[in-house]
Write a protein that binds this ligand. Sequence first.
Ligand code: SF4
Length: 325
Amino acid sequence: MKQMWNDKRYHSFDYYLKNQFGRKLYKLSLDGNMTCPNRDGTLDTRGCIFCSAGGSGDFAADVTLSITKQIEEAKEKIAHKVIPQIGVSQYIAYFQAFTNTYAPVDYLRQIFMEAIHHPDIAVVSIATRPDCLGPDVLALLAELNQIKPIWIELGLQTIHETSAKRIRRGYPLSTYDTAVKNLRALHIEVIVHLIIGLPYETKEDILKSVDYVSASGIQGVKLQLLHVLKDTDLVHYLDTMHVLTLEEYISILLSCIEHLDPAIVIHRITGDGPKDLLLAPLWSGNKKLVLNTIQHSMKLQDSWQGKNCMHATVTKEVVTCNQKL
Ligand code: SF4
């Protein structure tokens, strides 16, 4: 059955926020001063092949400031976008750079508690790796989740072990499965990052990753177009890998959305790489063009989220979506 989410053909993040919180929430990118086992020598020193020196946190706040000061500074930066609402918390504290559960749990407690108790924060979203969620970290997350919602973002990127090795992800798919199971047992929302356009992956490979993730019990995805950034090892693949054209990307993306369970929220539908570092694909720098082409193509092809999903769960939330049509 065809579904719509207000004016969108997919379960958009904005739709989810309005439905869940009754308002738009604004993301504040914070820096918890972490590193990553893929960078500090525990697993590797080189990082994933696509990861820039900022550890995927190129938009984060100044790490030398306290979390409270970072929140204030990040609020200032986006003040022109925010429509203020008196008496409600309007922000998501987003710990984005590197692996944000990769530190002693006492330190994690200190920074996450500081963020969660800030009156303007409604949600704390933590980007991490599935292999950095030990029992002590899970216990802390469960405690935090009793105070305000905690979202955990897992950088899976692909389900294929050959690709995972090529990009130097550093953990097997079974580690992802365990992490999702543990987090869901604590009622923590899980958002999974997938990359479209990894070296040598076919459209079928990408759709298999989407199908797998879609059936794995998660609540959100970020569908990230692969960006080749300066000074990353991905640059060495440019001679042999295929860089997607806008048309190819749109075709794959629409199929991904059609394969995705309609209950899953799409937190990101494309990518937002730092323009000064972007080498390829250069068309992705024009975000407005990309988003408009997605909307237009979905309409033209009568495409919608879940159209080709084999395991879609008809949740209360989706029924609500239909009722709002
Ligand atoms: S796990 Fe994340 S932070 Fe670490 S190297 Fe890979 S992309 Fe970068």
